[in-house]
Design a protein around this ligand. Structure first.
Ligand SMILES: [Zn+2]
Length: 241
């Protein structure tokens, strides 16, 4: 099985869990992992240095929202999404197109301001991109934007549809729903590149065995940059020497 593994919600409060998960991935032979960093929080210098070390060690970084929390929930659509899927993290959903674009650009800027290369990938919290126009999305400068359906390439207006499994099972109901969902995905997506989305506490929650099994079954792991190169949608990055 080929996998595209990402760890969501890399935040000041989750650095310990993220380190544990990177160790588990490494032990199970998954070398490529993408870290989804939430910029707009109270980062310490030591924590930023740790992320720098992870990047230097070969882990890809992606921008993941701004502060990962909604300021307001103003529309019915957003309220339903919040109740059934995203709780209060889908910070794009009550914003206008211009506001979403500004949030994404600010998120990307944070990486450069803190000594990182600007990420090629943006993942909106809860994969909820909101009502941003195609032109505004292309102008944010991100090569790739991940949604529930797959990975969008805004500059070429292409979408690579990829199956997704998740393990954020902090209640019995979510464990049941995710098990059914993951089972359907696994049964219908054989031989396709599988997105494995991990949240920072998943290795201690109800689906921890299922998560380890999927990681253990990964024969080859990819990051998002290699995905773009493989599909010929962006130029290869320069080799780091
Ligand atoms: Zn998130």
């Amino acid at each position: 099985m080929k996998t595209l593994v990402s760890i969501h919600d890399v935040m000041p409060d989750t650095m310990g869990e993220v380190a544990e998960q990177l160790q588990i991935c490494s032990q199970l032979g998954v070398g490529k992992v993408t870290l989804l960093v939430v910029p707009g929080l109270n980062w310490t210098t030591a924590q930023i240095e740790q992320i720098c070390k992870w990047q230097a060690g070969g882990y890809e970084l992606a921008a993941h929202g701004w502060h990962h929390k909604c300021d307001t929930i103003s529309s019915l659509k957003h309220r339903l999404h919040s109740t059934f899927l995203s709780r209060d993290v889908a910070e794009h959903l009550s914003l206008t197109s211009d506001q979403i674009a500004a949030l994404m650009i600010r998120s990307g800027d944070w990486f450069e301001e803190n000594g990182f290369k600007r990420p090629e990938l943006y993942v909106p919290p809860a994969w909820a991109l909101g009502e941003i126009t195609d032109n505004a999305l292309a102008e944010t400068g991100f090569c790739m934007v991940e949604t529930l359906r797959g990975v969008r390439f805004p500059k070429s207006d292409r979408l690579i549809s990829l199956p997704l499994v998740g393990f954020e099972a902090d209640t019995a109901f979510r464990a049941f729903a995710l098990s059914v969902f993951n089972g359907i995905v696994a049964g219908t997506s054989k031989n396709r590149l599988l997105r494995v989305s991990i949240h920072p506490h998943d290795h201690k929650l109800r689906l921890q065995d299922s998560l380890r099994k999927i990681l253990n079954n990964s024969d080859e792991s990819f990051d998002y940059a290699s995905l773009g190169i493989g599909y010929g949608l962006q130029k290869p990055r320069k080799a780091i020497v």
